[in-house]
Ligand binder design. Structure first.
Ligand code: PLP
Length: 287
């Protein structure tokens, strides 16, 4: 496995960064997780726009244009001879002195890891997920916007820890007002009375690329889709619940905090959207 590390390709064993990197010391940086389907990098432009916006928000200047970054990603895939893959693109503030001030960091560190995709087990899709809501809250938009995909993923990590302590594979975070925000690395949709709902960005959620793809797909397929805040009660009493994300694609949820959703099996509309999504992914890529 070859890793792109600051302008060159190095073997996985040799891909190391300094302990003075501010990404390591302070979580100072941004990242993206991108999927490659059959040699096509799915929605690369959207991922790069989100990355550059995240970087702008934290005042980190990426020393490459989006075209150059595209080239780096395509080269990394070629070098690793991968056609179905998961790409992790990380940009940290780079090496500096101890101390929070990024002024001492000379240049951002750019890392691209491309690896074989580790997809969720098929049973997860066939049976749907049993999930919970956890005590960890989504950071509120007035602090550091949840729209910034930064290297500070502690809330999300705590969500995962709380989920595994409870013996489930995923969990939902609420925001500080108690509205449902998102999963640890997935957005949420619910279907109630024939209407699809997903929390609006201001609730505090990442603007997921998969979420946007589902919003567009739902529109094409004639669903009534509303971006409105909702509570746990709305989730418990929904007809269908599903999560969306780069790794998970579209995955049904069949139980939330012990409440069975619908008839306890992945919902029909969820299945339909997953199938439509999978048919479409191959068309939307950069080769
Ligand atoms: N929410 C968070 C916090 C995430 O990290 C992710 C994953 O990137 C998502 C949602 C889903 O977004 P996407 O569909 O772009 O993968």
């Amino acid at each position: 496995q070859w890793i792109y590390l600051d302008g060159e390709f190095v073997r996985k064993e040799d891909a190391k960064i300094s302990v003075f990197d501010h990404g390591f010391l302070y979580g100072d940086g941004v990242f993206e997780g991108i999927r490659v389907y059959n040699g096509n990098v799915y929605k690369l432009e959207e991922h790069l726009i989100r990355l550059y916006n995240s970087a702008k928000s934290i005042m980190l200047e990426i020393p490459y244009t989006m075209d150059e970054m595209t080239e780096i990603i395509v080269e990394t895939l070629k070098k690793n001879e991968l056609s179905d893959a998961y790409i992790r693109l990380v940009i940290s503030r780079g090496v500096g002195n101890l101390g929070l001030d990024p002024a001492s960091c000379s240049s951002p560190q750019i890392v691209v890891i491309a690896e074989e995709l580790a997809i969720y087990p098929k049973e997860f899709y066939d049976n749907g997920l049993d999930i919970i809501t956890v005590a960890t809250r989504r950071n509120s938009p007035d602090v550091l916007s949840p729209k910034v995909k930064s290297l500070n993923y502690l809330n999300n990590i705590l969500v995962k820890i709380e989920a595994s302590l409870a013996g489930v594979s995923e969990a939902l975070m609420l925001n500080n007002e108690g509205y449902v925000a998102e999963g640890s690395a997935d957005n949420i949709f619910i279907l109630r009375g024939g209407v699809l709902f997903t929390p609006p960005g201001y609730i505090g959620a990442l603007e997921g690329i998969t979420r946007q793809a589902i919003v567009e797909l739902a529109d094409e397929l004639g669903y009534d889709l509303r971006e409105e805040p909702f509570t746990r009660h709305d989730v418990y009493t929904a007809d269908e619940v599903f999560l969306t994300g780069t790794a998970a694609e579209v995955i049904a949820v069949v139980k939330v905090d012990g409440r069975i959703i619908g008839d306890g099996k992945p919902g029909k509309e969820t299945q339909r959207l997953l199938e439509a999504f999978r048919e479409k992914v191959v068309e939307d890529g950069v080769r």
